[in-house]
Design a protein around this ligand. Structure first.
Ligand code: NAD
Length: 319
């Protein structure tokens, strides 16, 4: 089971890093990319890549490979349609930064039964094959969805792939992932864009910019299409946290304009950051995948900060 071949669809930053990491872990891994330049670059680096999607998917079907969707949200539907035609029985996962909308897309094409969503919480502001790094996922949380429909055997395959890539697995329901990702990923992207745009309008700002500006705007260097794809696809979850932030900033603005102290915002922000630095990650060891109530048990453990560092046992019987 650990030797399940892996078929990566999309060899950009994340798919290309996954291909390198899975290969380094001894997996058979092959992949598709739409641009011949990236395919040639991957081949030149010694990897097994093709620009023909049907060739990759036929091989996936023949070898019962785990297919990993590593394309942006707008490209999911056409890729899923091809998978439905060429490899409908393959186990399927993804790396997309939003989870509920991907599950909806997968359901719409009739592939939900073999699908377990994933999201490695790692990345850089770079794109494309050349930006990939086999160590990108080292120690990073990799969310593996424990939605009601998920099959324990496919779930275990995705868990093992994430562990082989050097990540720790965080089990989470898609809706809870999306609410959390809105807060710790999509909101920071919007704040970084707003901060960069604001500074861009102030003479001398770039000349003085140092660590605070660099750290606060790092993710604004991400390709705009990717930022739009993840924020727009998770609008329902982004809106309430954006409202909350606007409210906190509006209160800070009122305090400043009334020459009152900024105590509320600054103390609350500082306390939350300190809590984050102390946040523990207990290892999840007791759940058997496929046992009674395993999905709810793992979701609760993930919610409490728990992570899987080595593969959990899998029960043979299917629920
Ligand atoms: P990337 O731009 O580096 O790679 C995107 C890949 O998708 C490329 O191989 C590109 O050729 C392919 N692609 C794009 N449109 C396509 C289409 N219409 N048809 C076929 N292929 C198409 O981007 P990335 O950062 O690797 O992002 C890929 C996925 O990973 C996205 O879903 C993103 O949400 C997710 N993700 C990104 C990060 C990050 O930090 N960049 C982190 C975690 C997850």
């Amino acid at each position: 089971m650990t030797n399940t071949p892996v078929c990566v669809v999309g060899l950009g930053l994340i798919g290309g890093s996954l291909m390198r990491a899975a290969h380094a872990a001894g997996r058979e891994v092959f992949g598709y990319n739409r641009s011949i330049e990236a395919v040639q670059a991957a081949r030149a680096d010694g990897f097994d890549a093709t620009e023909h999607i049907d060739e990759a998917l036929t091989r996936a079907a023949d070898s019962e490979a785990l297919i990993v969707l590593a394309v942006p949200v707008p490209a999911l539907r056409p890729m899923l349609e091809r998978i439905r035609k060429a490899a409908p029985d393959c186990p399927l996962t993804d790396v997309t930064s939003v989870k509920s909308c991907v599950a909806d897309e997968v359901r719409a094409v009739g592939l939900l039964e073999r699908f377990v969503g994933g999201h490695p919480m790692a990345g850089t502001a770079q794109s494309g094959w050349a930006a990939g790094d086999r160590r990108l996922f080292d120690g990073a949380p990799w969310v593996v969805s424990v939605d009601d429909h998920v099959d324990p055997h496919v779930w275990a395959m995705v868990m093992r792939l994430a562990l082989d890539c050097g990540a720790v697995v965080v089990p989470a329901r898609s809706d809870e992932h999306d609410a959390a990702a809105a807060t710790i990923s999509h909101l920071p992207h919007l704040l970084a864009e707003a901060l960069a745009a604001t500074a861009g309008e102030v003479p001398l700002a770039f000349a003085l910019a140092a660590g605070s500006f660099r750290d606060g705007t790092r993710v604004a260097a991400t390709a705009p299409d990717l930022v739009r794809a993840m924020c727009e696809a998770n609008a329902d979850q982004v809106l309430p946290v954006l409202d909350r932030t606007i409210d906190l900033l509006a209160r800070a603005r009122s305090a400043l304009s009334a020459q009152k102290p900024l105590t509320d915002l600054v103390e609350a922000g500082h306390a939350a950051r300190v809590r984050y630095e102390r946040f523990g990650r207990p290892e999840i060891v007791t759940t058997a995948v496929g046992a009674d109530n395993w999905r709810a048990e793992l979701a609760a453990a993930g919610r409490a900060g728990g992570v899987i560092r080595s593969a959990l046992p899998v029960l043979d019987s299917r629920e």
